[in-house]
Design a protein around this ligand. Structure first.
Ligand code: AMP
Ligand code: ZN
Length: 115
């Protein structure tokens, strides 16, 4: 737990949220500023600032984040239509919250390359 971290506060419940899913390792919340009809964030309970801080000890956890993203997309009917999963890392990629989170976006067409 990092006392200055927004997502640690959401995980701890000191900032209220309406989770779409919670388990021992992960919490999934709707993005406050959705960029698509489905825009959720898969957040590990453990504070890991960026993908650069991921170690071998986190491999199973990050794997579970992706499986949870796929489960959510399937639940919402986007598995076959398509959806996007994104980790933004550091300034040039637009990371604004320094506690890793996997964006799950679905329900519209996404351009490639991304902006
Ligand atoms: P990133 O820019 O990749 O670090 O993503 C951070 C995301 O967190 C952005 O899409 C924000 O809209 C979202 N966000 C910021 N504050 C909250 C909050 N309190 N609850 C849910 N999502 C949030
Ligand atoms: Zn944190």
């Amino acid at each position: 737990m990092n006392g200055d971290c927004l997502f640690c506060k959401i995980v701890a419940g000191t900032i209220p949220s309406k989770p779409l899913h919670e388990d021992a390792e992960l919490i999934v919340i709707p993005d406050i500023n959705p960029q698509a009809p489905l825009h959720a964030l898969v957040i590990p309970r453990t504070h890991i600032p960026t993908l650069n801080d991921m170690t071998a000890d986190h491999e199973a956890l990050v794997g579970r984040m992706f499986r949870r993203a796929a489960a959510l997309a399937k639940e919402r009917g986007f598995a076959d239509r398509g959806y996007r999963t994104v980790f933004n890392t550091n300034r040039e990629a637009g990371q604004s919250v320094f506690h890793i989170h996997l964006h799950v976006l679905g329900g519209r067409f996404f351009s490639w390359p991304p902006g």
